[in-house]
Design a protein around this ligand. Structure first.
Ligand code: PNS
Length: 182
């Protein structure tokens, strides 16, 4: 690795769809901020994939959820992740790891990214145990049918989900009590 070319500020990219941001993502971002000087949450602009939230909505929800942390940046990117990482002088690509089922896909992606750009390291961060089964897709599905997902997403995301699905005729589930009495 060409040490001399590494910029002083250690920048990491945290790429993904973030449709929408979950508490699992928040957990990974917080861990990444402890290691790197700057973390860029990078949303892939992918017209081929259908998303619930627009890029602007997703960026805004991230901004609102992390209000005021200068070490965290967010933006959209196109094309190859490694090209974006190169442009940003990033030293690492962060990916969250939940269960073993994440491994195969992540392993393949990391090796491909290394082949394309050997100077950027893939760094896998384990989410907190309580977020192991959290994913954007399962949250969207539950919220769509009226489930209360407020303890799985940051408040700005919860508000947006309620707004998005408020036109739905389905009955909404009552809010779960904050603490499980058991
Ligand atoms: O949240 P996701 O959908 O798991 O994120 C996947 C993402 C955006 C990280 C991945 O699809 C990606 O990096 N796409 C950019 C295109 C690219 O670089 N592909 C080659 C790497 S395998």
């Amino acid at each position: 690795m060409s040490k001399n070319r590494l910029p002083k500020k250690r920048i990491a990219i945290y790429p993904g769809s973030f449709d929408p941001l979950t508490n699992g993502h928040m957990d990974v971002i917080q861990r990444a901020l402890e290691i790197f000087d700057e973390v860029i949450v990078a949303i892939l602009r992918n017209p081929a994939k259908k998303h619930l939230f627009s890029i602007d909505e997703r960026l805004e929800m991230i901004q609102q959820s992390f209000n005021g942390n200068d070490a965290l940046k967010m933006e959209a990117f196109d094309g190859l992740l490694v090209d974006y990482a190169r442009m940003k002088h990033a030293v690492a690509i962060i990916r969250g790891m939940r269960a073993i089922s994440d491994f195969e896909n992540e392993f393949q992606m990391a090796l491909m990214n290394r082949k394309l750009h050997k100077d950027v390291q893939s760094v896998f961060l384990m989410t907190g145990l309580r977020w192991i089964f959290t994913s954007s897709s399962i949250i969207k599905e539950a919220a769509q049918f009226g489930a209360d997902v407020s303890d799985m997403v940051p408040d700005p995301v919860n508000r947006k989900l309620l707004e998005k699905f408020s036109g739905t005729d389905l009955p909404r589930q009552p809010r779960a009590p904050k603490k499980d009495p058991r």
